[in-house]
Every structure is written in C-alpha cells, then in structure tokens.
Design a protein around this ligand. Structure first.
Ligand code: SF4
Ligand code: SF4
Ligand code: SF4
Length: 124
C-alpha cells in the first residue's frame, strides 16, 4: 500500500499537567519531581484511557503493557543513536517548545480525529 506524508518521531512531552495522569482511574501515571511522567505497570488495569487521551499519541501498548517515554533516566538512547543527530536532548528552555508543540499538534490532529472516528464506530 502506498502511503503519503511524513514519518517523524513524536515523543511524550512530559506535560506540565498531563492529561494521561488525570484520566487514569487507578493513579498509575504520575509526574515525578524530575518532571518525568511514568507508568506504574503494577497498578495499571489496561483501560486505555491514557493512550486515547494523550494528544500526542505518546502512550503505546507494546509487549503486554502500556509504555511511555521515561527519558531513559536522563540518557535518551534515541538521541544517542540517531545517526543524523536529528533527535537531541536539550534543556527545555532551549527547545523552542511553543513552535514544536504547534507542529506536533498539527501532525497529531489527523491521528486524534481518526481515533475519535474509531471510538464513534465502536459505540454504535
Ligand atoms: S503521555 Fe501524552 S499527555 Fe501524558 S505527559 Fe506525555 S505527552 Fe503529555
Ligand atoms: S491504561 Fe493503565 S495507566 Fe493508562 S489510564 Fe488505564 S489504568 Fe491508567
Ligand atoms: S529511547 Fe528513551 S528517551 Fe528516547 S523515546 Fe525511548 S524512552 Fe524516551
């Protein structure tokens, strides 16, 4: 099948007020004092609420459990191994976050709308 568009990595933004954390019915998601959002897989009941709610599609179900970027404990492997240096780990103040968020939201919008359509179909 032929595909159109761009393939780019979109990571967890470790939001100031994470909606994934707020919708979790069992408190399995938390934002630590280091600013990193993590999932407690022991608490998770697999309801998908976080994955559906995240505007960046940053929580995935893989190999039997939900996963979110944990910044590799401060040593991001994606940045270290990216062959072109396209992924960089920098201080948030240097990251031009507003511009990147606008770009991420515009790229994520079709995905969110597609998900919303799927949920509507499931409710029928
Ligand atoms: S998973 Fe999504 S909502 Fe949660 S902190 Fe990351 S980007 Fe924000
Ligand atoms: S899938 Fe797990 S972590 Fe996500 S909202 Fe549901 S219980 Fe919480
Ligand atoms: S390699 Fe580490 S820092 Fe990069 S997206 Fe995966 S968990 Fe996050």
């Amino acid at each position: 099948m032929e595909r159109e568009g761009l393939d780019i990595p979109i990571f967890c933004q470790h939001c100031e007020e994470p909606i994934c954390r707020d919708v979790c019915p069992v408190g399995a998601l938390s934002k630590g004092s280091d600013g990193v959002v993590r999932i407690d897989t022991e608490r998770c009941v697999g309801c998908w609420s976080c994955s559906i709610s995240c505007p960046y599609g940053a929580i995935s179900f893989y190999d039997g459990r939900f996963r979110v970027c944990d910044l590799c404990d401060g040593d991001p492997k994606c940045a270290r191994w990216c062959p072109t240096g396209a992924i960089q780990f920098v201080e948030a103040s240097l990251a031009d976050i507003p511009r990147r968020r606008v770009a991420a939201e515009s790229l994520a919008k079709p995905k969110i709308e597609a998900r919303a359509g799927t949920m509507t179909e499931l409710k029928k």
